[in-house]
Design a binder for this molecule. Structure first.
Ligand SMILES: [Mg+2]
Length: 254
């Protein structure tokens, strides 16, 4: 087995399912921590501040500081700031997105708008969609945190960011630039934070369509763990297989 120095680890379905922790994954991260390995939790959840994500992980017994969490909102904010550090942005999203945009020194505006930035917003209104749609029609760039259409929950699959984003996309005829997994953008940014090279980093996740494809698109090795969305049988139809597959992280010994 190849030795890795850095790990990009998904959250939901990998570290926990809803509010229930996955003990084997908790133990695995504790081992990484004890060995002094580098790891970052890489999530398409745009709604939360990394501090709050770390807190949830701590309560599950996972050693995690705010610096161990990289959200698609952070990746989206860095992407825009790199393109135009003086950009005025109109966000449609929750606190995780708005805080990330502010942390990147971008200006929030609902009048002069260079970018419409959209993530999951569980307080979406017709007015927010209207401001966003009119700005995009006037030429504002359209950037989206992630395209996940469905959000797994205890109640079943709820509308995801991608479903809400499609409303703006359909009304304007403009497809957004997606930043989150499976895009390589978020992986490249996380690698820069982690400080490891592509060759020495492993992407770990439960979802082939987001986590594993993100690894494949970014050119890094991937480990699919069958504790969440993707099952063994789902892999029969995919073109590129994950580098490794495993039932649980318990058996992932190095
Ligand atoms: Mg997941």
């Amino acid at each position: 087995m190849k030795q890795y120095k850095g790990y990009l680890i998904d959250l939901d379905g990998t570290m926990y399912n809803g509010t229930e922790k996955i003990q084997e994954a908790v133990d695995f991260v504790n081992q990484l921590h004890q060995r002094g390995e580098r790891y970052i939790f890489l999530t398409n959840n745009s709604t939360k501040h990394p501090r709050d994500v770390a807190k949830v992980l701590n309560e599950m017994g996972v050693p995690a500081e705010e610096e161990h969490v990289f959200t698609t909102s952070m990746a989206t904010a860095s992407y825009i700031a790199a393109e135009n550090p003086n950009a005025k942005v109109f966000p449609i999203g929750e606190v995780g997105l708005i805080e990330a945009l502010k942390a990147a020194n971008l200006t929030i505006s609902d009048t002069e708008i260079d970018y419409v930035v959209m993530g999951l917003d569980r307080n979406i209104t017709y007015e927010k969609l209207t401001v966003g749609a009119l700005a995009i029609r006037k030429g504002a760039k359209f950037v989206a945190t992630n395209g996940d259409v469905a959000l797994p929950s205890e109640r079943g699959f709820l509308p995801g960011a991608g479903s809400l984003i499609s409303v703006l996309s359909v009304t304007t005829g403009v497809k957004p630039k997606f930043i989150g997994k499976p895009e390589s953008i978020i992986v490249d940014q996380a690698l820069a934070v982690l400080g490891t090279s592509k060759e020495e980093t492993l992407m770990i996740g439960d979802n082939y369509a987001t986590d594993i494809l993100a690894g494949i698109n970014a050119g890094i090795d991937s480990l699919l763990v069958f504790t969440g969305v993707t099952k063994q049988k789902d892999l029969t139809t995919v073109k590129v297989q994950p580098t490794y597959t495993i039932d649980s992280l318990k058996n992932w010994a190095q």
